[in-house]
Ligand binder design. Structure first.
Ligand SMILES: Cc1ncc(COP(=O)(O)O)c(C=O)c1O
Length: 494
């Protein structure tokens, strides 16, 4: 390193230390006070905790893993609150993995479900029943006009499987591209488009699946200070892009183009991506990437699949769907998780031409379009509208982001804060300068502490070092203040 570079690096470190010290001095260390809640959980009835432990270790697949050193034994849920078997209350900032969108046991969803249970639990889609058709009509009204054909199924993996199948049948081509760091499911087909080493089994799979460089403007080779459609930008990367320009995004698109030129046939089946990667640790793609990527894919005859399993239903705040914020119109949209607030359900929505591809042979699933699931899903749409939950994601999400950015200014172990609406992530590092991912033991110590102090967050990313904050969309600013006080206390202890 040259002498002037050493001096520059030292002065940057000094400036960062001064900034952090003054931020710490300005911030008040508030003892976390959980906002009140007038809901009383029922007395616990269920298997004793030690019996659960025994059954889990003996009779459940060893692949089923538990969060936390002292696993949470959940019993009851109410809005943004989760109660454990001992009646302890937690602020649930992970929503059953981004699934309980409108809040635990939302009365309107509960009532709609109960009403349906009393009438008809199940019949397959070979018979006509009302809720399936009511829901299809409601759902397509929220999507671009020609995306008006729905196939309902049971889960996100199944929906992505189906989307891949349709892309292949429709185009007559086979190859599908996804992004490194993506998670699209664990079924045999989707394993090929999921691209995270710790989710990869040692067996041949993923024929015809290719991954391009992930446009991660924090950890990837390129990134600047204005790449994301958000108030959360990378702290220490600078750029001089003019409005409408994003050089980092262009570089990642060049990589996609290069990969296609080197590894792909002239005709491809499609491209699948989330606009903000969920399991991958809330990696928020730079604006401009998806429009350019979609163009390249379409030049090769491929269809573009938006995985909205986590980003859908208002969570990104500015729009109802993530792809709208990204400025693209997909050919196939995949939905699951918060679609029915936790009732197992998924859906694939596409246009009439692509949908026809599935008619070359019989195609069927038993539970897709189940009457109870559809009743729950209709109520979810009502609640989002009536309680203006998309708007709440924007306002409370903005508030949350600003508070997390303040934390990043205070603590050198917070490398990046990212996301939009109530789809947020906070990446932990050894040090902001090196960006070395925080060691798992330290992340886990912090994580366990936040749980003991009363909040539940997820973890994700290749190194498991990003806290994932994706709460039920009904949380309040008071809840955010509590969560921030918990993070601050846990960080101070660390
Ligand atoms: C973006 C995304 N797509 C697909 C899936 C798979 O959904 P499921 O677990 O319902 O199969 C997930 C699950 O976490 C996901 O986050």
């Amino acid at each position: 390193m040259l002498a002037w570079q050493t001096t520059l690096s030292l002065s940057r470190r000094l400036a960062a230390t001064v900034r952090r010290t003054s931020a710490r001095l300005l911030s008040a260390d508030v003892e976390p006070r959980m906002p009140p809640c007038d809901f009383e959980p029922l007395p616990f009835e269920g298997m004793p905790r030690d019996k659960v432990k025994a059954v889990r270790s003996t009779n459940l697949s060893p692949a089923v893993f538990s969060y936390y050193k002292e696993p949470l034994y959940a019993y009851q849920g109410h809005k943004q609150w989760l109660f454990d078997s001992e009646g302890k209350r937690y602020l649930d900032l992970f929503a059953g993995i981004v699934t309980v969108g409108v809040g635990h046991c939302h009365p309107k969803v509960v009532q709609a479900t109960k009403r349906q249970i009393d009438k008809l639990w199940h019949t397959t889609n070979i018979y006509w029943h009302s809720t399936l058709h009511e829901y299809a009509e409601r759902l397509v009204a929220l999507l671009p006009e020609d995306l008006n054909v729905v196939y309902m199924c049971n889960s996100g993996s199944e929906a992505n499987d189906l989307a891949m199948l349709m892309a292949r049948l429709h185009t007559g081509a086979f190859d599908i591209i996804s992004l490194r760091n993506a998670y699209h499911g664990m079924s045999p087909y989707t394993m090929g488009v999921t691209a995270l080493g710790n989710w990869t089994h040692q067996l041949p799979n993923g024929f015809g699946c290719h991954q391009t460089v992930n446009p991660d403007v924090y950890r990837g080779p390129w990134g600047g200070s204005k790449c994301r459609e958000s108030i959360c930008q990378v702290a220490d990367r600078i750029c001089s892009c003019s409005p409408g320009e994003c050089v980092a995004s262009d570089k990642y698109v060049e990589q996609l183009d290069d990969m296609m030129k080197h590894s792909m046939p002239k005709k491809i089946a499609g491209f699948m991506a989330e606009y903000i990667q969920g399991v991958g640790g809330t990696v928020h793609l730079p604006k401009g990437f998806l429009p350019d990527a979609y163009e390249l894919v379409r030049q090769r005859g491929g269809v573009c699949i938006a995985d909205e399993v986590q980003t859908g239903f208002g969570r990104v705040g500015t729009h109802f769907w993530g792809f709208q914020q990204a400025g693209v119109k997909p050919d196939i949209v995949v939905l699951a998780k918060s679609i029915a607030n936790g009732f197992p359900m998924g859906a694939v929505v596409t246009n009439a031409t692509i949908a026809k591809s599935l008619t070359g042979a019989l195609h069927f699933n038993t539970y897709g379009g189940n009457p109870i699931g559809c009743a729950a899903a209709i109520a979810v749409l009502d609640v989002i509208e009536e309680e203006k939950l998309q708007e709440r994601c924007r306002t409370v999400g903005d508030y949350f982001m600003r508070k997390l950015l303040e934390l990043r200014d205070e603590y050198a172990v917070i490398g990046d804060v990212r996301g939009t609406g109530l789809m947020l992530g906070m990446e932990m590092v050894d040090d902001q300068e090196t960006r070395k991912p925080m060691a798992p033991q330290r992340v886990n110590a912090l994580w366990d502490d936040t749980k003991d102090l009363g909040i539940l967050v997820g973890k994700g990313g290749l190194y498991g070092s990003t806290f994932r904050i994706k709460p039920p969309m009904c949380i309040t600013e008071e809840d955010v203040d509590f969560a921030i006080a918990v993070f601050r206390k846990a960080l101070n202890r660390l």
